[in-house]
Design a protein. Structure first.
Length: 116
């Protein structure tokens, strides 16, 4: 199982970024997927999740209305569109399976830094 996250960067408050995650090593279309993030000195937290077919999604309260998760099963990829970014969104972002489908291996993540 492998995850390769990309798309992070440095933006100002109110800016946007689109993260991508390419997955391999498992039957992607059979798994719900999630984005997680970990800020310095904090525990990793769930940001958003999406069902295997993409019809159901859920979000942490802190990002609801600003972030949108999507997936392309043909490309074995999951995306996170992040709008109206805030300094508290600064973290390393990771993708992995959703809930109990989470795998033990993690990618390197992609750094998102939001300046005030």
């Amino acid at each position: 199982v492998q995850f390769v996250e990309s798309g992070g960067g440095l933006v100002h408050t109110g800016g946007s970024l689109r993260l991508s995650c390419a997955a391999s090593g498992f039957t992607f279309s059979s798994y719900g997927m999630s984005w997680y993030r970990q800020a310095p000195g904090k525990e990793r937290e769930l940001v958003a999740g999406i069902s295997s077919a993409g019809g159901i999604s859920n979000y942490a309260d802190s990002v609801k209305g600003r972030f949108t998760i999507s997936r392309d099963n043909a490309k074995k990829s999951v995306y996170l569109q992040m709008n109206n970014l805030k300094p508290e969104d600064t973290a390393v972002y990771y993708c992995n399976g959703r809930g109990s489908s989470r795998f033990s291996s993690w990618g390197q993540g992609t750094q998102v830094t939001v300046s005030s």
